[in-house]
Ligand binder design. Structure first.
Ligand SMILES: *Cc1c(COP(=O)(O)O)cnc(C)c1O
Length: 399
């Protein structure tokens, strides 16, 4: 094909061989923990190839690779505009893998303050024990990031958009800071998807996703992926073989299956997110809405300049206390109550109860998370049905 393929085409076709086993149109699920050799000469040939060349043309053992997994990796790499993708057992396995690979005793990490809570837990609870120092910088503040860089800084890890306030970083500027100061940059792009944002094109070194969310898209599998260029993912692939947080072939198949409809799903979720955000912003019982597609969002201009759509997650504060927020959530009929986001079913959570039940109220206040803060992850339901449901649920608050 002479012109570059669009993301819908890539979601369906990239990285897949046209001729598959048994003439099947779907890629085979290779359910095998080990791979056999015809004879000793074949084994020795393979071992020699592996010594001198990073990527041998066949498999050896399940912890080092699987054909079903590789096909999905190729499609994910194409979608993000990377050379290589490493698909692993969960989003957290992807994040911790990157942190293990790029940091060591005496090195320094910069993390933004609104990073995924378990990422912060890992940094403070584990990496600190191994002599890695971390500076947490305020959300959305690139000057603070630059000021925090030390001679020992090896990695800047952030997210865009972030959870739950959907803060967006100027990725072009972050990439520039990384290149000038010789520090690697990694972005957890879970909330954006490669349909809405491609961080590598803005000069970021590594993109991370919890593929559990939009990429797989059906709330039925856990997976994570790291995508990069210029061999940066090679050490990550190696450490997978040691850490062992590999993804099973069945789970990888589900990710690949979900990916086929990624472009269609995200298109609807972008539309639902924007419509819901606009509706809520106009509603008298809603105090504030955070959605990067709204001009009222603090980083709307940055988001509009680097994103093709703003995703399906809308965060808002209703006019009332925690009990009123719970009453509203319980009155909703379409969204399920639960953590996670990005799947075909809409999900709703009172942020303080789902993500921070054990946190002390003072700490929550510092994070700006009020008891009536609600996060709605729009699924692919009809926009009119979602709006009608929100309207009736808000209606129960009036009396
Ligand atoms: C869910 C999520 C993760 C963790 O991913 P898992 O697949 O649940 O391990 C990491 N980062 C972000 C932004 C997430 O939403």
């Amino acid at each position: 094909m002479s012109h570059p393929q669009g993301p819908s085409t890539q979601s369906v076709h990239a990285g897949e061989q046209r001729a598959k086993a048994h003439d099947s149109i779907t890629p085979p699920i290779v359910q095998s923990s080990t791979y056999t050799f015809r004879d000793t000469a074949a084994l020795v040939g393979y071992m020699e190839e592996r010594m001198f060349w990073d990527a041998p043309q066949r498999e050896e053992y399940g912890r080092y690779g699987n054909p079903t997994v590789r096909a999905v990796e190729a499609r994910l790499a194409a979608l993000e505009g990377g050379d290589d993708a490493v698909l692993v057992a969960s989003g957290m396995a992807a994040i911790t893998g990157v942190l293990w690979v790029f940091l060591g005793a005496g090195s320094h990490l910069i993390l933004t303050g609104d990073s995924y809570r378990r990422t912060r837990d890992f940094v403070h609870g584990f990496l600190a024990r191994y002599g890695v120092e971390t500076t947490i910088t305020p959300p959305g503040d690139l000057e603070a990031v630059e000021a925090a860089i030390r001679p020992t800084t090896r990695l800047i890890l952030s997210e865009s958009p972030t959870n739950p306030f959907m803060r967006c970083l100027d990725l072009g500027r972050l990439g520039e800071i990384g290149r000038q100061r010789r520090v690697r940059t990694a972005i957890d792009s879970t909330f954006a998807t490669p349909l809405n944002l491609r961080p590598l094109e803005h000069g970021i070194d590594l993109v991370i996703h919890s593929a559990t969310k939009y990429l797989a898209g059906h709330n039925d599998v856990l997976a994570g992926v790291v995508i990069g260029r210029d061999g940066l993912t090679a050490p990550l692939r190696q450490i997978q073989g040691v850490l062992g947080s590999v993804i099973d072939a069945q789970a990888a198949y589900l990710v690949g299956r979900g990916l086929k409809t990624l472009a269609l799903r995200v298109e609807r979720q972008n539309a639902n997110g924007l419509a819901v955000a606009c509706f809520l912003e106009e509603h008298p019982l809603v105090r504030r809405v955070w959605y990067p597609g709204l001009p009222s969002h603090p980083e709307h201009a940055i988001a509009a300049s680097q994103m093709a759509g703003f995703g399906g997650v809308v965060t808002f504060e209703i006019d009332g206390d925690s009990t009123a927020a719970s009453r509203f959530v319980d009155a909703l009929r379409l969204p399920y109550i639960g953590p996670s986001l990005g799947g075909v079913e809409s999900l709703v959570e009172q942020v303080a109860l789902v993500s921070y039940f054990d946190a002390d109220p003072d700490k929550l206040a510092v994070l700006g998370i009020s008891p009536s803060l609600i996060r709605l992850s729009c699924g692919i339901e009809d926009t009119a049905d979602l709006l009608a449901d929100l309207e009736q649920a808000l209606g129960t608050l009036g009396g």
